[in-house]
Design a protein around this ligand. Sequence first.
Ligand code: NAP
Length: 240
Amino acid sequence: MSLAGQRIVVIGGTSGIGFAVAEAALSEGSAVAVASSNPQNVEAATARLPGAEGFVLDVTDEGAVERAFAGLGRFDHLAFTAGDWGGPRRGLLMDLDLDAGRAIFNVRFWGAAAVAKHAAKAIAPAGSITLTDGMIAHRPAKGSSLSTAMAGAVEHLTRGLAAELAPIRVNCVCPGMIRTGVWDSIPADVREARITQMTARQPLARIGEPKEAAEAYLYLMRGGYTTGQVLRVDGGGSLV
Ligand SMILES: NC(=O)c1ccc[n+]([C@@H]2O[C@H](COP(=O)([O-])OP(=O)(O)OC[C@H]3O[C@@H](n4cnc5c(N)ncnc54)[C@H](OP(=O)(O)O)[C@@H]3O)[C@@H](O)[C@H]2O)c1
């Protein structure tokens, strides 16, 4: 199935993986809209995505999500790649303030749920929703309990929504390490060595590129008989 002429919305499409999804969809001749919470990011992204629309949306505000999709009109496919990086993401559960810990779910899980709830009313019956989690769902580490739980919850939300929203298809991409701005938090002088160390045991012993992750979203948009699935893009990291 070609995505040419299809209308695609990417929530979280102003940077990283979502931006690469928007670029890839534009190159296929789709009409693309990207959204995220920071107006400057939306402006900067649309300036780099010729022909794309952009709008500001904080997915933690359900009223805003409802208004955004009520005003958007009919479209074909939605990719949800929004993720925030503030707050205490790591820490042993026994040391975590649970109110702060709940925040881990706000954008990636509850934001995805709010977007699916309101976007589904505007998506064409042959269309799709593709959510995002991460390999932390399958490779927990000490201090990642709530992140692991949240990522697993996104996978099970995917399965539930696939049953509930059919014939709209609902799938999820589970990335391993992908080279986006999130790794900029590692100081530049040690970043490459750290990435090499973190990916050394993978069958594909390198970090993935955003456009490689984007291919998974485009496949799941096209794949008219695929629903309720999680597609790992992890360089084979889950094999070791
Ligand atoms: N990169 C990796 O190695 C990797 C690995 C595993 C999983 N993932 C997952 O993949 C997803 C995308 O990651 P990425 O690396 O592409 O991150 P990124 O470059 O930081 O992109 C995240 C996007 O989410 C938007 N966003 C943040 N808070 C939002 C909110 N409240 N409402 C709407 N949009 C919001 C951001 O824009 P604004 O700041 O303007 O809102 C940005 O466009 C995340 O869920 C991440 O956990 C990434």
